[in-house]
Design a protein around this ligand. Structure first.
Ligand code: 0RQ
Length: 503
């Protein structure tokens, strides 16, 4: 049975090929999608075919692509492959998209995930011509049930000149009621407090409002989200997770954290999953999570009655867990809230709730500055995502990375980061498989000693000690000692010789 119950919109049901023709060269297109969940499955492919055909005719055809965050090969991948994206924002992680950004074909604006929606309302991002949004169903009253991610959909549906909807019957109909779509945000000077005071609060409505006159096409599909299975946690990830949990336990003992901790935010990837797995066996119960994405480990914690509620903007589940969610959405509906990303990542809530944040990074320097985005200064990896939304505003902000990359050719602890995403003022805890450095209340020089001793790999530790000693002799001030000629020489050496280790 069709899930398009609204009579007016039933008449708009068409094919992806027909609908994609409504997207024109130069359009700014806001698409749904967040970490492989809830992205449109049909339109991007049809649009990519149109772009390819236009290029073969010698015509120019590119679009500006806005999403929630990273998507899947069927969205970023197919459009990047045909050189169809002139501008991309905010977070992305598709290998082809990344290649086009680094080849200079696509311009990429790396915007904080919580910032993009208000920037669009303010008009700072230009006109949004089209919204392409996946939903679970369209109700008789013309509201639309969100699917497995919310992201910026509310804003795209509100702000775009025309709307194309993909109604996906693969998504469980029981997702209805899991979402909290808050319509109370405003631009300054009209802003009011967002009255969300507990992780599980619902302050908005279940479904998206739609201006039915703006809906130009409705597509029906049953294609699944492209979820990637997680690799089992390796030994290093387990070590880092262990250091972090030990730290949290110590903070509880010292009375600086409540016994059930504070809402957790955890980045994606191996270490984050290992932390969540560690919590399964740990001493904490009644945990909560105020984060960006719901991962497998959180579902396990909920099932084990260790986590009472998790708030996020999207699922980021392995295929096995995504199927479980689809089968049992009704059961999880009271324990999981999916919100727009301007709320899941809102500085006001992160600060008020006192979130404990833990994110991955590319490299950190001896003073605690963190690079999350760039390889050797110039090359984009994924983007800043929500890491700064959380790091800047959380109660405790931690970063994790293995101490070396590329088989030891790269030290992830360096004299100076080759790109700054998170400054020493915001980074409180650094963790590698070597150990943990608690940087709170430390001066830059005190930090340097701790980071080198606790986090650097033994191969690079003496080299970092040498740099630090030398910098103190030649610097123009002893607050944050550097030798500016040498501070980035490790990166330069890697680019020239393939390793940061001296000959
Ligand atoms: O290279 O892909 O060629 O193998 O960088 O590194 O170790 O797989 O790291 O998957 O944990 O991601 C920062 C990218 C880490 C991620 C980052 C090379 C390494 C590998 C990837 P290959 P790993 P992870 C909210 C928070 C920003 C967004 C964010 C990220 C590749 O965590 O995107 O935090 N963060 N959102 O070999 C050169 C170094 C390197 C290096 C690693 N120092 N120099 N290359 N690599 N270190 C998230 C949510 O809540 C959803």
């Amino acid at each position: 049975m069709s899930r398009v119950l609204n009579k007016k919109l039933r008449k708009k049901i068409t094919t992806a090929e027909e609908a994609a023709k409504l997207i024109k060269p130069g359009h700014n297109v806001g698409m749904s999608g967040f970490t492989g969940a809830g992205y449109p499955k049909e339109i991007p492919g049809a649009l990519a075919a149109n772009i390819k055909a236009a290029h073969e005719r010698g015509e120019e055809f590119m679009i500006g692509l806005f999403t929630g965050a990273s998507t899947a090969p069927e969205l970023d991948g197919v459009l990047a492959e045909v050189d169809g994206i002139s501008f991309r924002t905010p977070y992305q992680s598709d290998p082809i998209m990344r290649k086009k950004i680094n080849a200079g074909i696509s311009e990429y604006a790396d915007i904080h995930l919580s910032h993009l929606a208000p920037m669009i309302w303010a008009g700072s991002m230009g006109r949004l011509n089209t919204a392409v949004v996946e939903v679970t169903a369209i109700n008789e009253d013309g509201t639309a049930v969100p699917s497995s991610s919310v992201g910026n959909n509310k804003t795209y549906l509100d702000q775009a000149d025309q709307i194309i909807l993909e109604v996906n019957s693969w998504q469980s109909a029981d997702l209805e009621g899991m979402h909290d779509i808050y319509y109370g945000t405003r631009l300054p000077p009209e802003r009011q407090p967002v009255m969300l005071t507990h992780t599980g609060d619902r302050i908005g409505q279940r479904n998206y409002k739609l201006d039915l006159d703006k809906v130009v096409a409705v597509i029906e599909t049953d294609a699944p989200d492209r979820n990637t299975p997680f690799k089992p946690a390796d030994e290093d990830s387990k070590k880092m997770a262990g250091f972090f949990l030990e730290f949290l336990t110590h903070e509880v003992k010292k009375g600086r954290l409540p016994k059930d901790l504070l809402p957790l935010q955890s980045g994606v990837g191996n270490v984050a999953n290992a932390v969540l797995a560690g919590l399964m066996d740990g001493p904490f119960s009644y945990l909560t999570s105020y984060t960006e994405v719901i991962q497998d480990g959180m579902v396990d914690l909920i099932d084990a009655d260790k986590m009472t509620v998790a708030s996020a903007t999207a699922f980021s589940l392995s295929p096995e867990y995504a199927n479980r969610m689809n089968d049992q959405a009704k059961r999880y509906r009271d324990k999981i809230v999916l919100r727009p990303q301007e709320i899941s990542n809102h500085p006001e809530m992160i600060r008020r709730l006192g979130v404990i944040a833990c994110n991955g990074m590319i490299e950190a320097d001896i003073y605690g500055n963190v690079n999350s985005t760039h390889i050797m200064g110039s090359k984009m990896q994924n983007g800043i995502g929500g890491s700064a939304d959380f790091t800047r505003n959380s109660f405790i902000s931690a970063f994790v990375t293995p101490s070396v990359a590329k088989g030891g050719a790269i030290s992830c602890i360096v004299p100076m980061v080759s790109h700054h995403d998170h400054t020493e003022h915001d980074v409180q805890v650094l963790i590698t498989e070597q150990g943990l450095a608690d940087l709170r209340g430390k001066s830059p020089k005190q930090r340097a000693k701790l980071i080198i001793a606790n986090c650097a790999h033994p191969t690079y530790r003496p080299l970092l000690e040498d740099y630090y000693e030398h910098a103190q002799k030649v610097c123009n001030g002893l607050q944050t000692p550097h030798d500016l000629r040498l501070s980035l020489s490790w990166h330069q050496r890697f680019l020239e010789t393939g390793t940061m280790q001296p000959a």
